[in-house]
Design a protein around this ligand. Structure first.
Ligand code: SF4
Ligand code: SF4
Length: 410
């Protein structure tokens, strides 16, 4: 079982796959706002995505984004079948890159070909295994540590494990993964309708088939397209390319095996109720994702304040109360900011705070101990701490309530 087609659809499919492979390798090297274009930083639990930095407490953006991806998948599957599997799935893309590892039907056996196939598969596994780690560890840091021989056990272990899994999959499992284990494949049966784009055999022209078996030999999942639509078919179109030259030789129309919307002979109808409903859901999810991302992008300053557990409120001989708070400030913007702290107190109460200004570098998180001295109050009252930035992309203001205690004694 392998792929054979040199020209036809296979050529375009493999070019698209190679472009996607290059994109996967190159994306971690693209830097936007001083960070990888796409990377999850484990120590700070921050997702860097195309210039934006999403902290753990902003992962609410991922909920509409996940719904959006789900809707896109459903819409594309109902309209265009398994176009993802055949043209974009990493399993297919990497299987194409390592096709030297499987026997080549119709070609003379060449000694060393299989060994070369394993070597290529090992190389692809090692390179793509490393690239997977670069989505967590910056590639410059990874490669620098590797060159210096000080790659940490976590990064090295993740790399080795990913490369090993990829090698076993690409060398031995390949299309059988799609046919037996892939959960997306199992979903197809319920998502397809009578107008979904599929690779199919035109049974109306059964008399044109010379039963040469080329379409079966080339199939990466080992099925016979002439048996009808099957769950194992990944719509890779290899069988279309295999049958085409035979039909050309016989001077028959070349689409005995081809792409069809539903059954061969049916008119194409893309604007079907299911497609329209899922497209509407996709647009709604897109709007929700954009709104959530916009909100996260605007909120680049975090402020929290809690009463100090180490220093209890106290009363000075001059009658003023002293309260201490632990204040956390985080600047998730790409520029340094100066933060001014101010206090709003109830009428009749006066107070000062120290410090009243904090400098934050880009991406910096700082904890400061804030001392509030107030007079004119009794018992407990609530004040408001306000943090205002200057020097960033735009001024930002955040507030946090402070519970002030006025003890009776010192
Ligand atoms: S039957 Fe499906 S999986 Fe097999 S070669 Fe044809 S399109 Fe690819
Ligand atoms: S490649 Fe075409 S002619 Fe040959 S067996 Fe398949 S469908 Fe029939």
């Amino acid at each position: 079982m392998t792929t054979t087609g040199k020209g036809g659809i296979g050529r375009w499919r493999r070019a698209a796959g190679a472009a996607q492979g290059l994109l996967f390798l190159a994306l971690p090297f693209v830097r936007l706002g001083g960070e990888s274009a796409l990377r999850f930083d484990v120590p700070t639990l921050t997702l860097h995505a195309f210039g934006a930095a999403l902290a753990m407490n902003e992962f609410f953006v991922l909920l509409p984004a996940t719904i959006l991806v789900t809707f896109v998948f459903l819409t594309v599957t109902v309209a265009f079948g398994r176009v993802w599997c055949g043209w974009s799935c990493p399993q297919t893309v990497l299987s194409d890159l390592t096709r030297l590892v499987v026997p080549w039907p119709g070609k003379k056996k060449r000694p060393g070909r299989r060994a070369a196939g394993f070597a290529v598969t090992a190389l692809v596994s090692v390179v793509f295994g490393a690239a997977t780690v670069w989505y967590f560890v910056p590639p410059a840091e990874f490669l620098g540590d590797l060159a210096a021989g000080r790659l940490g056990p976590v990064a090295a272990g993740a790399w080795a494990a990913t490369a090993a899994v990829l090698f076993l999959d690409l060398a031995f499992l390949r299309g059988q993964f799609c046919a037996t284990a892939c959960p997306y494949a199992k979903l197809q049966g319920v998502l397809y309708d009578k107008g979904t784009l599929v690779v199919a055999y035109d049974e109306r022209r059964d008399a044109d088939c010379v039963d040469c078996g080329a379409c079966v030999r080339c199939c990466p999942t080992g099925i016979d397209i002439r048996d009808g639509l099957q769950m194992q078919c990944i719509a890779c179109a290899e069988c279309i390319d295999a049958c085409r030259p035979i039909m050309l030789k016989l001077k028959r129309p070349t689409d005995l095996v081809g792409y069809f919307y539903g059954e061969p002979g049916r008119p194409r109808r893309l604007a079907r109720p299911a497609v329209l409903a899922l497209s509407a859901g996709t647009l709604l999810a897109l709007a929700a994702t954009a709104a959530a991302a916009g909100s996260a992008a605007r909120n680049t300053l975090d402020l929290t304040a809690i009463a100090s557990a180490a220093v209890a409120p106290s009363r000075s001989p001059d009658g003023s109360a002293r309260n201490v708070f632990e204040v956390s400030l985080e600047n998730r913007a790409h520029r340094a900011v100066a933060v001014r702290l101010s206090l709003a107190l109830p009428p009749g109460v006066e107070g000062t705070l120290r410090p009243d200004a904090v400098e934050l570098e880009a991406g910096e998180h700082k904890r400061v101990r804030l001392a509030v001295t107030a007079r004119g109050g009794h018992g407990k009252l609530t004040a408001t701490l306000t943090a205002t930035t200057t020097g960033g992309e735009r001024p930002l203001t955040r507030t946090s309530p402070l519970s002030l205690v006025f003890p009776e004694g010192p």
